[in-house]
Design a protein around this ligand. Structure first.
Ligand code: HGY
Ligand code: MN
Ligand code: MN
Length: 415
C-alpha cells in the first residue's frame, strides 16, 4: 500500500515545498541557523505533528519527533537525515530521507498502527558544514560527541557558532544535555539519495550501504604580501594566489595518482581581492576522502608538507587548521541484513555500496548501530541543482522502509 503512487507523490511535493525555502532567490542554499532553516523546521514540525508525533527542537536546532510505540514498548528506532544544504544544492540530499521516514510514520498513523517500539524522526540542523566548515553539528549533538570548543568557529560574516546557536533559539551551554540516551535504542536507519552513478548504471532503484568513507576537512591560509600590481617586479613578490594555485594542482595530482583517493579544493577567498592588487592572503578549503583511514591521513600529511615547501620557496607563511576529521564507518551487519531482507521482500536484488559521501549516520554510529538505504540518482549528479530522483523509486524506497519496520516489529515482538 505504501508503494502507492500517491504516497510517493506526497513525498515529492513536500520536497518541492522545502526546496522553495532558500537564502538565495535564484538557487537553493540553506545554511545552519538561517531564516530558510527556520522555515523548513516550521513546515516539517507541522507535518510531524500531523503524523501523530510529539515534536521539539533541540538546542542546536535539530527537529525531533517521536511516534510512540504500543503500550509497554520500551525500545526506540531512530530514523532521519538532514534539512540543511550546500550552496546551489539539489533538493533531495537530506530532505528525501526525512520525508520518506515521515511518510512511513504518517502511514502507520492513518492505519492506527503502533509498533512494539517507538520511532523517533531526527531532522538534523547541520550536516553539510557550509556555514562553519565543521560538519555533523546536529547529529554530533544527538550522539553526544559535539565538541564545545568549536563554538568559537566563525562564519563568513564573523558570527560565532555560539551566537548562531543562540540566534537559532538554542542555549549553547545546554547542548550536552541534548545527547540521546543509548540504552533503549534499536539503531538508526537513514535513507538517502545515492549521489553517485552506480545504481542507475545497473538499473536498480535502491542499494544497501555497507560502509561510509572517512573524510578530513582542512582550512589552509596562505599569507603573502599585498602590493601594487603595476610597480612590484615579479621577482620581488610574495603572491598568495600563486602559492595557492601551485598547491591546488598538487592536490589534484595526489588525488589522481592515489587509488581511491578524492581530494578537493572547493572554496578559495582572495584578499584584498582587487584586479590591480597583488593578492596578500588566500583562504582555501581542502576536503580529502578515502575508504582507508591510513591512506587519507598519509595524503593529508603529504599535502601539508607540499604546502610548507612551496611556501618556503616563495618566502610566504601558511597556516594549516584541521576543521574536521571523521574515520570510515562500517554499517551494522545485523541491522543492514534486516534492511537487505526488506529489499528482497520487495522483489529487488541487494546491491551493496560503499558511500563516498558523508552522512549523519557517521556521527550516529558513535551512539547506536546504523544502516542506510540509497535511492537511485539521475546521472549520479548531486550537490548540484540537477540532482534528481524519480517518483517510482521513491515509491520503492517507501515500500522497503515500510517492510523493514514491519519486519523489525515481528522480531521485537519475538515472533
Ligand atoms: O559532503 C558530504 O559528503 C555530504 O554530502 N555531507
Ligand atoms: Mn546528505
Ligand atoms: Mn550533501
Amino acid at each position: 500500500m505504501l508503494a502507492d503512487h500517491e504516497a510517493a507523490l506526497s513525498v515529492m511535493q513536500r520536497i518541492e515545498e522545502l526546496a522553495r525555502c532558500s537564502e538565495e532567490a535564484d538557487r537553493l542554499t540553506r545554511r545552519y541557523g538561517s531564516l530558510a532553516m527556520r522555515r523548513v523546521n516550521a513546515l516539517v514540525a507541522t507535518w510531524m505533528r500531523g503524523a501523530g508525533m510529539s515534536v521539539w527542537q533541540d538546542h542546536i536546532g535539530n527537529l525531533r519527533g517521536r511516534y510512540a510505540g504500543s503500550v509497554g514498548a520500551t525500545r526506540t528506532l531512530l530514523l532521519g537525515s538532514h534539512l540543511d544544504t550546500v550552496r546551489d544544492a539539489g533538493k533531495y540530499d537530506g530532505p528525501l530521507g526525512v520525508l520518506l521516514a515521515l511518510q512511513a510514520i504518517e502511514h502507520m498513523q492513518c492505519a492506527s498502527q503502533r509498533l512494539p517500539f517507538a520511532v523517533e524522526l531526527l531532522a538534523f540542523a547541520d550536516e553539510e558544514g557550509l556555514r562553519f566548515g565543521s560538519t555533523y553539528l546536529g547529529s554530533k549533538v544527538v550522539a553526544g560527541t559535539f565538541d564545545s570548543q568549536i563554538l568559537t568557529l566563525t562564519d563568513a560574516d564573523g558570527m560565532t557558532l555560539h551566537d548562531a546557536v543562540v540566534a537559532f533559539g538554542g542555549d549553547p551551554s545546554a547542548l550536552a544535555a541534548d545527547r540521546r540516551a543509548a540504552d533503549d535504542l534499536l539503531g538508526y536507519c537513514e535513507l538517502h539519495v545515492e549521489q553517485g552513478p552506480v545504481l542507475e548504471a545497473e538499473g536498480l532503484p535502491v542499494g544497501v550501504v555497507v560502509a561510509i568513507a572517512g573524510q578530513s576537512r582542512i582550512a589552509v591560509h596562505f599569507k603573502g604580501t599585498a602590493g601594487h600590481a603595476g610597480t612590484v617586479p615579479m621577482t620581488l613578490r610574495q603572491d598568495a594566489v600563486c602559492a595557492a594555485a601551485e598547491f591546488v594542482l598538487a592536490v589534484e595530482q595526489l588525488g589522481r595518482q592515489t587509488e581511491g583517493l578524492v581530494a578537493t579544493v572547493g572554496q578559495m577567498v582572495v584578499d584584498p581581492g582587487a584586479s590591480n592588487v597583488i593578492p596578500g592572503h588566500v583562504h582555501l578549503s581542502l576536503d580529502v576522502r578515502h575508504q582507508q583511514d591510513d591512506v587519507r591521513e598519509d595524503a593529508c600529511r603529504q599535502l601539508q608538507q607540499i604546502a610548507a615547501e612551496l611556501c618556503t620557496e616563495r618566502g610566504i607563511a601558511f597556516e594549516w587548521q584541521l576543521l574536521q576529521m571523521s574515520s570510515s564507518v562500517a554499517c551494522d551487519q545485523q541491522l543492514t541484513e534486516e534492511l537487505a531482507q526488506a529489499v528482497v521482500a520487495q522483489g529487488y536484488p541487494v546491491r551493496k555500496l560503499v558511500s563516498g559521501a558523508g552522512h549523519d549516520a557517521v556521527a550516529l554510529a558513535d551512539l547506536t548501530r546504523i544502516a542506510m538505504l540509497f535511492v537511485r540518482c539521475k546521472a549520479g549528479i548531486s550537490h548540484h541543482p540537477a540532482e534528481s530522483v524519480t517518483t517510482e523509486d521513491v515509491g520503492v524506497a517507501l515500500a522497503i522502509l515500510h517492510t523493514f519496520l514491519q519486519q523489525l516489529a515481528l522480531t521485537q515482538a519475538g515472533l
